[in-house]
Design a binder for this molecule. Sequence first.
Ligand SMILES: *Cc1c(COP(=O)(O)O)cnc(C)c1O
Length: 394
Amino acid sequence: METYQVNNEGYYGTFGGAYIPEILHRCVEELRRAYLQVLDSADFRQEFDTLLRDYVGRPSPLYLAQRLSGRYGCRIYLKREDLNHTGAHKINNAIGQVLLARRMGKRRIIAETGAGQHGVATATVCALMGMECIVYMGKTDVERQHVNVERMKMLGAKVRPVTSGNMTLKDATNEAIRDWCCHPEDTYYVIGSTVGPHPYPDMVARLQSVISREIKQQLMEHEGRDYPDYLVACVGGGSNAAGTIYHYLDDSRVKIVLAEAGGKGVDSGLSAATIQLGRLGIIHGAKTLVMQDEDGQIQEPYSISAGLDYPGIGPMHANLAAKKRAMTYAIDDDEALSAAYRLTRLEGIIPALESAHALGTLEKMRFRPQDIVVLTVSGRGDKDIATYLAHAPQ
Ligand SMILES: *Cc1c(COP(=O)(O)O)cnc(C)c1O
């Protein structure tokens, strides 16, 4: 049977692999040898599951959204990752990787962050576990995401502003990789999404797969069957989507819908719709779709949502799109804003702007009354209130 999971060489179809400088080979190889063994061990599982339950607050509810369902004429369940500690799904991954780092004997944690959400999640877990934490962040982002910088500092992390390039995520990533090259022995690099060289995409997908493990159980309780007709999630690098679909990847009864950020429109020059606009290239150590110019220079992406403006996409998702296993929609800024207000007024839930892109796809699809749709609300909208108020509907 065809599988959409990673193969032994770290590829999803033609996407993935590990394209890294020679000096990092040992680090990445050490990680590749350790991750499956650790993640599958009883001792890791026990500690991870306990923290997910008692610290994060899992399982997150699967909520039948009655009024939203009424609007679209089907049964829509929301997977409430917004209710997690720190307000999004990213904490699942951060806990898993820091537990792994500890078992590998690493004492120093580094991370890169764009909007600051992954930085906050990593700093949170490092505070919890008493680990040193250094977060690289483009100087432009440090200025734009002031509150998250203050949160990281309060949590005890050192935030290092990066002044090379455009001073955004891609430059912070380069700096984190440079740090790792200089401290290969004692340092663990926490990547925040299903991106980067193998084994990161597979590891992050496994750590987030708790989302679909819970969906299976919860759907069984609600509906008497453990699979939906549709799974819907937004995609930046792809981790909340990977967690949502993980246990259904090879189940052809389940349709997968991915929402990427259209920005001001796919053809406007201000977009982050990597699946539509990207070409095969190398970013962050993986072969995948990349937004790049004629010369292969990475293009600066744009979205109103800081968590979705990544110029690449996880290799798993590039493959799902290439093989047509997933339907993909580019949801533009205005569509996402309307979707956020709609959910807020129909259900009393203010979603993260990222998650609002997933909600935006509902307007573009047609459902049958008996269809069961599970949509992941990846995070809460508190961090986006200023943007929402600046774009309030008339
Ligand atoms: C970071 C973030 C995303 C995008 O990241 P993925 O790895 O694609 O999930 C989506 N939603 C929220 C709330 C985020 O913080």
